[in-house]
Design a protein around this ligand. Sequence first.
Ligand code: NAD
Ligand code: IPM
Ligand code: MN
Length: 352
Amino acid sequence: DVVHRIALIPGDGIGREVVPAAAEVLEAAARRFGFALRWEELDWGCERLLRTGAMLPADGLEALADLDAIFLGAVGDPRVPDHVSLWGLLIPIRRRFRQYVNLRPARLLPGVPSPLAAVPAGGIDMVIVRENNEGEYSEIGGRLYPGTEEEMAVQEAVFTRRGVDRVLRYAFALAAARRGRLTSATKSNGIVHTMPFWDERVAAVARDFPQVAVEQYHIDILAAHFVQRPERFDVVVASNLFGDILSDLSAAVTGSIGLAPSANLNPEREHPSMFEPVHGSAPDIAGRGIANPMAQILSGAMMLRHLGQARAADAVEAAVAQVLAEGGPRTPDLGGNAGTAEVARAVASALA
Ligand code: NAD
Ligand code: IPM
Ligand code: MN
């Protein structure tokens, strides 16, 4: 059998509930399609930080380098400042392994009500391509004159031609393979250096993709259109921060943030890619066994596809869709009263 070696990092909060649940579904897929998953389980996260003083061992990142993929739950604990925990684990993985594409599909699945009254079933099928390595997420800047009337905080955004072009090329190629429509989100009327630069690079890269229709929106009105007519979007490309915000919005209009998967991709495959839900550690519901595992399961399907197990990936997605369409158990975020484990079991048996 083919063996795929996967780092399993449940992380914090509901990550510790949805990751084991999703891993069981992926195991069921492996059995059915005849391959093996060898999990390298890692206890990295805020509990470890509070216990030992470090989110992960000093040589931790290097230990991931020759694995086939990383399957992550979520990072974040109310006892630890978010900028400490996220810059201690999640963001270093995305950067060290040059996972510069954050792919966040949003589909309205049959049986899932959208909060938008006007959207027909199946009416939303878009994918956010989020720049994942630079942009507004920058360590450049600082705090000055603390505690005085002159106190200030400065944060620089960094957009390199290499960094912008590579994510744009990925997004254009994806649009060419889908419905041929690419939407770029910027804010060139208010942010006068980085955003006009992004627009110029869109125009430059577009010349290599004449089959793709490009449209540019300012992020503010694009957010309105995501609510008013989400069905007209196909591939949406955005900077790190804008893509982050748009992908919680696209998740919400397709029913629940508990359904939204994501892939942090190194498209050249020089390094492992990482698969995790769009949502976070949800401290408000953690420990109660009621988190929706479907976003984690669907992230697992994206991982299987990346590993070359396309039939298994399709089967996992079909099993989730079947449970939702046939009125199977659902967690409270979707209006049900089932728990995490029950939903995962229903998906695993639909798969078998
Ligand atoms: P969140 O996504 O954790 O939660 C937002 C809301 O959605 C909460 O009400 C939560 O209960 C609900 N929710 C999220 N996932 C759900 C699921 N699977 N099933 C049912 N309900 C779900 O966002 P937040 O509250 O802004 O962040 C909480 C912590 O997670 C913070 O520390 C934040 O920094 C971190 N975070 C981490 C990641 C990541 O690891 N990739 C992503 C986002 C937020
Ligand atoms: C996400 C999260 C992270 C991000 C945070 C927790 C740093 O919101 O994965 O969407 O902004 O990338
Ligand atoms: Mn986010």
